[in-house]
Design a protein around this ligand. Structure first.
Ligand SMILES: [Zn+2]
Length: 342
């Protein structure tokens, strides 16, 4: 079954929908947001029995019904967003990985535009201004003062809180603690979804985030502490890093709860390239713990990797073609490691 057949079916169903008095847009919005949150990530590589293919297939009829309602009410932003989500689901269900990836990014962008949801921080170039407004004599290209965001963040070293301000358009921030003078970094993003899995005494959090600048990223955090971080969709998270190896804490700016992480660190580039939960990640993690960490040179490599990983991951994540190349390069490494282990 094709995307076009799906859209045609939704149009047909829309024509048969009865007229409902009153404003239906809020109801449509609530149902559409729920629907979009159920859509699976596109798989990062082809697998015959990929669970996301089945999950996508099962959501298609629900998507068609919602799109019919959007057509019926003439809600243009939701029509665009739901059409893009339906196309994404079809591509995932058909195992068309590259197409799914491209339309997934587009679907999320359109969904964000359709929800127009209240965010904690506005992004300054978001509102579309006229190229030139004759009344105010302002042009879209006039320089605007850079907005800043005020946030209270605990230092990952001494854990004392200081108020910091930074541009809301950038996700990655280099900071210096005013109490202990340690250099550290914060990475800020809004939660789209989170999965928590537990193995032994370790929890793994797989976050799907929207950076304040709009880019989509995935971050995986391994934690061996007793605490558990409660996170909901649309919460704003700050990941707190020391320049030496790893992630020290995750702060939920929406609930002001913090999780101090012990043991392990997120494998940024690999997670972005393979997708959270991919079997390749276990092989790479094992390599880190068995081979790299016991040696001095290995530890320095891991430190450098965690210092630059988040940025590299950002670069990779914004470019689907680069993601595919990274995946290919990493898969070679994984292959060599797996053979070595046998
Ligand atoms: Zn400090």
């Amino acid at each position: 079954m094709s995307v076009n057949a799906s859209l045609a079916r939704a149009k047909e169903a829309a024509a048969k929908l009865p007229h409902v008095p009153g404003d239906v847009s809020e109801l449509l919005r609530a149902d559409a947001v729920t629907f979009c949150s159920k859509a699976p990530d596109p798989p990062v590589y082809r697998r015959r029995d990929d669970p996301s293919r089945v999950a996508a297939q099962q959501l298609i009829s629900e998507g068609e019904a919602l799109l019919a309602r959007a057509y019926h009410s003439g809600d243009a932003p939701w029509i665009a967003a739901l059409e893009a989500w339906l196309a994404t689901l079809h591509h995932i269900a058909d195992g068309k990985v590259e197409l799914a990836e491209v339309s997934w990014v587009e679907a999320q962008r359109l969904e964000q535009r359709a929800t127009g949801r209240r965010r904690l921080y506005a992004v300054s170039d978001e509102a579309s201004t006229k190229v030139f407004d004759a009344q105010t004599r302002q042009s879209r290209f006039d320089p605007k003062p850079e907005r800043t965001m005020q946030v209270k963040l605990p230092c990952p070293s001494c854990r004392k809180v200081s108020e910091v301000s930074f541009s809301p358009r950038v996700a990655h921030h280099q900071l210096v603690c005013t109490h202990c003078s340690v250099h550290w970094a914060a990475y800020v993003g809004e939660v789209r979804s989170v999965e928590v899995s537990k193995r032994g005494n370790k929890r793994t959090y797989s976050f799907r985030l929207t950076e304040l600048g709009g880019a989509q990223t995935r971050v995986e955090v391994e934690d061996g502490s007793v605490g558990e971080l409660q996170v909901a969709r649309n919460d704003l998270l700050a990941f707190l890093y020391l320049p030496r190896p790893v992630l020290r804490g995750v702060l939920n700016l929406s609930s002001s709860r913090v999780l101090w992480v012990t043991g392990g660190g997120p494998c940024f580039v690999a997670t972005v390239a393979f997708g959270a939960g991919a079997p390749e990640l276990d092989v790479l993690r094992g390599f880190r713990d068995r081979v790299l960490l016991p040696s001095g040179a290995g530890r320095r490599f891991v430190e450098a990797y965690y210092a630059h990983g988040p940025r590299l991951a950002q670069v990779v994540n914004r470019r689907p073609w680069l993601r595919a190349q990274t995946r290919r390069a990493l898969r070679l490494v994984v292959q060599v490691l797996a053979e070595e282990r046998e």
